[in-house]
Design a protein around this ligand. Structure first.
Ligand SMILES: NC(=O)c1ccc[n+]([C@@H]2O[C@H](COP(=O)([O-])OP(=O)(O)OC[C@H]3O[C@@H](n4cnc5c(N)ncnc54)[C@H](O)[C@@H]3O)[C@@H](O)[C@H]2O)c1
Ligand SMILES: O=C(O)C(=O)C[C@]1(C(=O)O)C=C[C@@H](O)C=C1
Length: 365
């Protein structure tokens, strides 16, 4: 079925959806963004088929409209829709990280005969903007849809079918349940990461050496503190109830940890870490293909050709690499080479190849 899709907000998420939808020649993607530079880049990079400066006009030709704007801006756009002239059978969706307030607003739209099906792909990055957009961002990630009771099932099916191009795992959930679940797996961790960075910043005021010592542990715990501030401000405002609930649980947890450390009982302290490790080891951490979990860390020396040597060995074994990057563990030392694969099997084969055919050490995180 030929479809015209209007995407409002062409950053990391809107741009990635636009690229994924263009995999089918049946889809024609029109893009709008409040930032003229983003709009220009989206056009030049082919992130969309066409751009518009007037979404109110462009929506008249759309079958589907997706808002991929920060969640407070999405509410504003939804309010505007009420007075716009819309085509019959238009399906409106969004990609927002919160769902309750957006679905409350969707009920107001439904009362006016506008079909709004909430959406949220559970993949992303601390990177933002159109330049970070990738068509594979959502591969294998969960993509939640939150249709209202009384939504036209044919519309849900149509949106589901369209979004299959993202290769995400689509599922339907209740909006409040969504906000509860995402508060612990996503929203509250962003608050904790930002607070840890604030804590380091204060410590660093006392001793400037402190931040130089931050290594892998601090980096891994705080990567998401580099995310887009406006986006997270909106999310925290919209999911205040559930985030505060998690924060109160965290305060109780810190009191519990404080008591464990005070008691100074080795067995109890080890059990505290072991309990967390056991649960963490079994987590089905699903991520977009861009951020594959099948990573191999290889300690390569800082001399020309060492990276080429590793990639050549893997190529000889016909093992495909999805990503390759260097992680800096220290400012003054050449980093660790992180090679990503699409499956555990490929990573195991690569590990065997590095072990038997190279002098380098490797580890799997
Ligand atoms: N970043 C993630 O990891 C992630 C993952 C899933 C869902 N989301 C959600 O998707 C949405 C977009 O996030 P993102 O990461 O793509 O952000 P982004 O900052 O990369 O992109 C947002 C885009 O929206 C544009 N914009 C801002 N206000 C606008 C407005 N009023 N009208 C039109 N355009 C406007 C910005 O110029 C920018 O290009 C947010 O609602 C976010 O909660 C983000
Ligand atoms: O990977 C990251 O950096 C993200 O923050 C992505 C992340 C998450 O918390 O997992 C962030 C917000 C979303 O709504 C979905 C995914």
């Amino acid at each position: 079925m030929r479809q015209t899709v209007l995407i409002v907000g062409l950053g990391l998420i809107g741009g990635s959806i636009a690229l994924a939808l263009q995999k089918s020649p049946q889809n024609w993607v029109i893009g709008y963004d409040a930032n003229p530079d983003t709009l220009q880049s989206a056009k030049v990079l082919g992130v969309v088929n066409e751009t518009t400066l007037d979404p109110q006009q462009a929506i008249r030709y759309a079958d589907v409209c997706i808002f991929a704007t920060p969640v407070n801006a999405t509410l504003e756009w939804m309010e505007k829709l009420k007075s716009w002239e819309l085509p019959p059978n238009l399906i409106v969706s969004d990609t927002g990280s919160t769902k309750s307030l957006i679905m409350d607003k969707a009920s107001e739209l439904q009362a006016k005969g506008i079909s709004f099906i909430g959406g949220h792909p559970m993949a992303g990055s601390h990177k933002s903007g159109v330049l970070a957009a990738k068509p594979i961002l959502f591969e294998n990630a969960y993509y939640m849809l939150t249709p209202l009771a009384g939504e036209n099932p044919a519309h849900v099916d149509q949106l589901h079918e369209l979004l299959k191009l993202t290769n995400a795992k689509l599922m339907v959930v209740d909006a409040d349940e969504h906000d509860h679940m995402t508060s612990i797996v996503s929203h509250f961790p962003h608050v904790v990461a930002a607070s840890l960075v604030h804590q380091l910043s204060e410590e660093n005021d006392g001793n400037k050496l402190t931040k130089q010592l931050a290594a892998g542990g601090f980096r891994d715990m705080t990567r998401i503190a580099a995310s887009e501030p406006q986006m997270w401000s909106d999310i925290v405002q919209q999911n205040k109830k559930h985030i505060l609930e998690q924060l109160h649980r965290w305060q109780a947890e810190m009191t519990r940890v404080e008591a464990i450390i005070e008691r100074d009982n080795e067995e109890e302290i080890t059990a505290f870490f072991a309990g967390a490790k056991n649960f963490r080891d079994d987590l089905p951490l699903t991520q977009g293909a861009m951020f594959s979990t099948y990573d191999l860390y290889i300690d390569v020396p800082d001399h020309p050709g060492s990276i080429a040597e590793v990639t050549a060995l893997l190529a000889q074994e016909r093992i495909s690499i999805t990503n390759i990057r260097i992680v800096e563990t220290r400012e003054d030392v050449f980093g660790i080479l992180v090679v990503s694969f699409t499956s555990e099997e490929d990573r195991n084969r690569a590990a065997e190849c590095i072990k038997t055919r190279s002098p380098y050490e490797y580890y799997i995180a």
